[in-house]
Unconditional design. Structure first.
Length: 119
């Protein structure tokens, strides 16, 4: 089984467990499980992109590809935290997560453009 499929399966299983814990048991762990599910989903999507896998398999661009994956995961993670706290829990301080979301989103875009220019 390919790694991207393992990540996708992990994301689906964690998402289902998260929803069960949120809806059936009203547990905070349901909210927490959304975070690794989102990260696994991002990694799965990245590995489905052929151009990204070329960068990842090339020893010259592997470091940049890993940094890109990290920035993408952090972008989605901070967006999830923003939505979870601001919308889900109705706390205004959740808007503080917009700043790292924008920073890591910008770093993701910058990293991708620098990788594609150097090919």
């Amino acid at each position: 089984m390919k790694l991207r499929n393992v990540y996708l399966l992990a994301a689906i299983v964690l998402s289902i467990c998260s929803k069960i814990l949120q809806l059936q048991f009203d547990s905070i762990w349901g909210d927490v499980l959304v975070l690794p599910a989102a990260v696994f989903f991002v990694l799965s999507v990245l590995l489905f992109i052929p151009k990204y896998t070329v960068f990842l398999n090339n020893s010259m661009s592997r470091k940049k590809a890993k940094a890109f994956a990290l920035f993408c995961c952090l972008t989605v993670l901070f967006f999830q935290l923003f939505m979870l706290i601001t919308i889900g829990k109705s706390h205004g301080w959740g808007f503080a997560f917009i700043i790292p979301f924008l920073i890591f989103g910008g770093l993701s875009i910058y990293n991708w453009t620098s990788m594609t220019k150097s090919e």
